[in-house]
Design a binder for this molecule. Structure first.
Ligand code: PMP
Length: 409
């Protein structure tokens, strides 16, 4: 296992205790902890260069603009975009997908058109499409998951048919950890002239990714799931797609000219960034990307792959524990959802918290997937670069304790 343990000292929160125990943070799929360099970059920006961006002719405003646009260039480069104008700063994955649904979908869909999703999507890659389908009369169709928790491609050619205009899928499930078949699905989409939108909330933070090679049209991700601040994220789009997409928020910053009755838009990416942006957040996200690049995304992936292998082995040895996720480590990331006997996942999470172990419990904003799994909720442990085998051991010990408490033997 790539030993990244030395990185833990960069994360001040990992020094704290919870209920008298060492904090074992296993909820990075929900949000990640922040290294000192990110916290300090935000602090430094506010202490030294805070001003509004883009219009000011004075030094502070020029510095703030440079800091904001430098961050854009770093984030664009991090995902392999050669043109930083193709990177729109957003509040997160949810905002990015809504921008595409309303800004592109609303103007390109008509009655009878089809939007294809998969059976393992997060609500933020379902509900915006339902709303836009309702507005346009388009229909939704799904690629279901199979018994290996993977998106089934058996009916790909019939589900992605000539009426399909949009295919939207996750790069990795936040529940099962399964990777989405982005290459196969986007090839099918292209063959019928449809666009592909990737929910990369769980993909960008955990493995090398290159939008130039993916062959997709849009890709949305969240800054807070990749060491950056909350309220930050990115929507990458191919230049021509962004140019044909309408802004969905109007206001300052996003215009070229405003008349009493009509306005014209600023060039991309600014036409999608109405109002004063989250400048400090972007600076923090830039620092997060610096940190991840220094560690190396291949290192991050191999560390998490090994930790997931260890986690699955150890958890599989816990009596009455069922894991919901693919066995194939090459086709899954570091998210392990599980059931423990018939103990409610919320009770599991509460008992684990007593041991300092933070896991998530619930439907994980993926109710249709939960229904396919046949469970209302799961407990979920998720890993990042700062987790260690000892964290897995602490989880397993706490689960044994839970079994004792519930009298399950
Ligand atoms: N998609 C997936 C797969 C996710 O895991 C999440 C966050 N749980 C989202 C979308 C939404 O991200 P955000 O809340 O940051 O917009």
């Amino acid at each position: 296992m790539a030993d990244l343990r030395h990185l833990r000292q960069d994360f001040p929160i990992l020094d704290r205790t919870v209920n008298g125990k060492r904090l074992v943070y296993l909820d990075s799929a929900a949000t990640t902890q922040k290294p000192r360099s990110v916290i300090e970059a935000i602090d430094h920006y506010y202490r030294t260069s805070n001003a509004n961006v883009h219009r000011g002719a004075y030094t502070l405003s020029v510095e703030a603009t440079e800091a904001y646009e430098n961050a854009r260039a770093k984030v664009a480069d991090f995902i392999g975009a050669t043109d930083s104008d193709e990177l729109v700063f957003t509040r997160g994955t949810t905002t990015g997908i809504n921008f595409v649904a309303y800004g592109w979908g609303l103007n390109h869909l008509t009655e009878g058109d089809r939007i294809v999703l998969t059976g393992m999507e997060h609500h933020s890659n379902i509900v915006p499409w339902q709303l836009v389908a309702r507005h346009t009369g388009a229909e939704l169709a799904y690629l279901p998951i199979n018994e290996d928790y993977e998106v089934s491609l058996d009916d790909l050619d019939t589900v992605v048919n000539s009426r399909t205009k949009i295919v939207a899928l996750s790069g990795m499930s936040n529940v099962t950890g399964a990777f989405g078949p982005v290459a196969a699905v986007s090839a099918a989409a292209r063959s019928v002239g449809a666009i592909t939108v990737v929910d990369a909330a769980q993909a960008v933070p955990h493995a090398p990714l290159d939008v130039a090679l993916l062959g997709v049209d849009f890709l949305a991700f969240s800054g807070h799931k990749m060491l950056g601040p909350t309220g930050t994220g990115g929507l990458w789009g191919r230049r021509d797609r962004l140019e044909e997409m309408e802004p969905t928020e109007g206001g300052g910053e996003m215009i070229s000219d405003v008349g009493l009755y009509e306005s014209t838009w600023a060039p991309i990416p600014h036409k999608f960034e109405a109002g004063t942006p989250n400048i400090a957040g972007a600076v923090g996200l830039g620092a997060a990307v610096d940190y991840l690049s220094k560690v190396g995304m291949s290192e991050v992936r191999s560390h998490e792959r090994a930790l997931t292998k260890y986690g699955i082995e150890q958890l599989s040895a816990v009596p009455h524990l069922t894991i919901h996720g693919p066995a194939d480590l090459d086709n899954r990331g570091g998210v392990i959802s599980f059931q423990l006997a018939d103990v409610h996942p919320h009770d599991i999470a509460t008992i684990l918290d007593q041991e300092g172990v933070a896991v998530r419990a619930g439907h994980h904003c993926a109710k249709p997937l939960m229904r396919s799994l046949g469970v209302p909720a799961t407990a979920r442990a998720s890993f990042y670069l700062y987790n260690t085998p000892e964290d897995v051991d602490a989880l397993v010990a706490a689960l044994h304790h839970a079994l004792e408490l519930f009298g399950v033997s």
